[in-house]
Design a protein around this ligand. Structure first.
Ligand SMILES: Nc1ncnc2c1ncn2[C@@H]1O[C@H](COP(=O)(O)OP(=O)(O)OP(=O)(O)O)[C@@H](O)[C@H]1O
Length: 239
């Protein structure tokens, strides 16, 4: 059984536009990888493939040992995902949003309640559980979405630029929460961002540019003697 997340030589084109070109990326179980790429690099396209919003005959994606093409239901059941566009119901409370999602996952009653409590605790959102989403700021909304993605106890968590549109303080809080989730090693995490200041020196980092993976390693080693921001600019300008 090949656990964790494995993306093998995966390509995708929108008509004549090649959005991903033979991308390969392996994340071991419990591993964490930041996927850094400028606008248009192909991050959202990769997430669309990982969640089967789009399909491609090229390459292979394996989630917790399940081939996404051959066994989509088993593979998709093991992932939790936070898309770039928020999808919470603004007129429901935090807990109601999570309860609705739990029901879609076939969870109800006490087991749903305890999973929801645990997920809210992980994002420090339990004390806000009775508030309507509409009343929350952007950072708390994103934390609610991440908690919701954890309710069914996925093995792999996919986060597509969860800090987009947030102010600096909320961005910092979400970035810390993501790193806290990564530290407990119970989840395999792929986290897309286009901001170098969200990546920590010890993070595993994959750099995507124009549909190709142009670096994969520890962020501080990729940066070398310069800042990650300078290295990222040099890599994406040169490639
Ligand atoms: N529906 C579409 N039709 C045609 N081209 C598309 C479509 N969606 C994305 N593209 C193109 O595919 C490439 C990759 O886009 P993608 O949205 O995956 O990048 P991204 O890294 O997620 O960017 P961003 O940070 O702006 O979200 C870009 O050149 C984009 O213009």
């Amino acid at each position: 059984m090949n656990n964790g997340l494995s993306i093998r030589r995966t390509s995708f084109a929108y008509g004549a536009r090649q959005a991903l070109d033979a991308v390969s990326l392996d994340i071991a179980p419990g591993g964490f990888c930041a996927l850094l790429g400028p606008n248009g690099a192909g991050k959202s396209t990769l997430f669309a493939l990982l969640t089967r919003l789009v399909t491609t005959p090229s390459g292979q994606i394996i989630i917790e040992g399940h081939d996404l093409r051959a066994a989509p239901r088993a593979a998709l059941a093991r992932i939790g995902v936070v898309f770039q566009q928020p999808t919470l119901d603004l007129d429901l409370t935090v807990r109601q949003n999570l309860r609705y999602f739990a029901a879609l996952q076939g969870l109800s009653g006490r087991s749903a309640s305890s999973r929801i409590d645990a997920a809210l605790d992980r994002l420090a959102m339990r004390e806000r559980d009775g508030e309507k989403i509409r009343a929350l700021n952007g950072g708390h909304r994103r934390r609610t979405e991440i908690a919701r993605a954890l309710v069914h106890d996925p093995a792999v968590l996919l986060l597509d630029e969860p800090t987009v549109g947030l102010d600096a303080a909320a961005r910092g809080a979400i970035t810390s929460h993501v790193h806290d989730l990564a530290a407990d090693r119970s989840l395999t995490i792929l986290w897309a961002t286009h901001l170098t200041d969200e990546v920590r020196p010890s993070d595993r980092l994959a750099v995507l540019h124009q549909g190709r993976l142009i670096a994969d390693g520890i962020a501080s080693e990729i940066a070398g003697a310069v800042s990650l921001s300078d290295r990222f600019l040099a890599l994406t300008e040169a490639a």
